[in-house]
Design a protein around this ligand. Sequence first.
Ligand code: ADP
Length: 567
Amino acid sequence: MYERNGEYSESLMVHFRRAEGLRKESLDLHSLDLNARQIADLELLLNRALYPLTGYMSREDYESVVENIRLADGTVWSLPICLDVREEVAATLQPGQKLALNDQEGFLLAVMTVQQVWQPDKGKEAALVYGTDNPSVHPGVQQLMNQVHGWYVGGPVEGISLPLHHDFRDLRLTPSETHRRFTQYGWRRVLGFHTEEYLHCAHREMVLAAAREIGASIFLHPVVGLESPGSLDHYTHVRCYLAFVNKFPKNMIMLGLTPLAERWAGPREALWHAIIRKNFGCSHFMVADDHGDPFAGTSMDLFYPRHAAQELVAKYSADTGIEMIPQERMGYLEDKARYVFLKDVNGQAVKDISSRELRHRLEWNLDIPEWFSYPEVVAELRKSFPPRSKQGFTIFLTGLSGSGKSTIARVLMVKFMEMRDRPVTLLDGDIVRKNLSSELTYSREHRNLNVTRIGFVASEITKNGGIALCAPIAPYEESRQANRELISRYGGYIEVYVSTPIEVCEQRDRKGLYAKARAGKIKGVTGVSDPYVPPTNPELTIDTTNLTPAEAVQEILLYLEEQGYLR
Ligand code: ADP
């Protein structure tokens, strides 16, 4: 570890006079704009959640941690904390040189003094820290191999500004501030509870039972800020946590938020979380039997053996000074109207609602019983996950020119205007081409770009509860797939393949397009001299050869009704 004045100080932030000097100096320094993962690590370094580290690890510490779960001086530490940089950057760095560390907008957060620059053996790091060097079986290893840059830099940091947060500022206490609160409240024993899930009645019973048993109060310390793909946002989570802590007896629980870039390193991850909570002043830490597992809470098999995380945290508890409390699962016994530990039920049927089932109930506006969750928590969830009948959606019509996309879209538009419960926007192929995409050609690349631009606009409309009707030809699967992924995060996505065959489209030839193509007057016409790749999994396929527009539209309306989008 680096010798440094202030090794024991409560933060690595420097005095403002020194900060003024460093700010001036930084104008001439090499600088690095950190990514979200690196900013999360830096914040924990600066606020000393990573005590006793005073900067990014030296090579010696790094290797010792990877091999022995200890820093070079013997202190227990489970995960590498190094600044990763690209090779081109590494080549410009010399020991002794200062490096300015900025946030993503280039705002100066800290200055580090480079002490070592090296190329780590990532395969070895992966095998020893994660238990595999195969990125395809472990998302943490995937991140290490593909997103973490190939060179590491070690050296002490001097903090100038903590990363800025404008949300929930009262809850973002530093370790020292948190510890001071515990002292003020007279809390000598504190059970740290790490979570990223929504919490309901079972969690309250479980954490209260554990805390009572050891005579501790509870520090609920969820991780926020680094949005995992697919998750909506952390605002809903935090509002739910605020409602949840209100359900506890007075002076029993305190809520704090922390950033944390997860590595999903299973047992080593859990040990790292425990050390961090010790640094926030906790005496005990709750560990689930699948804590830190990349597949915890999914339908996939766990990567690490069940209980391995609990065992590792317990094994090192004398060194780390924080005790491991196993998280015991609970279920609801209807006869007794109370929660019981699953290990005590002796074959009686207990009730539970999985997170998937919960999502289903929200989506279909079904009952969520009071034994399962608190009305205040459910109210927050219902705001963020409205039922389908209140969600926005996109109807994406794809097919050849003349297949009937615009006609169907226009009739649908009129139907939705009649219903009037959501705003409607029509993004017709030809009209978009004249406005949003006027500079694009009909190359594969530009066709895809045109389609994803339409998708972006549709996603914004869907996010805000509207209906987007899109009617481009969209001949390629890759851009249609990208739109599906983007838009279905925010609401419904209904892909309609208008499969009218080319002969029929050509016969109709509304725009004289096919005649011109056959006469060789224009090139690159989809279906004639350019490909159309049919969708692999459309929600609906409609061939308009023998249907009227009204009939085609009725098929779509029936589908929407059946799927719960219309009331
Ligand atoms: P696209 O937008 O796919 O290029 P258009 O909607 O502009 O196609 O043209 C389709 C043509 O086919 C129109 O002339 C329309 O009247 C005719 N048509 C016949 N039956 C149908 C149907 N069931 N749905 C849509 N259009 C139909």
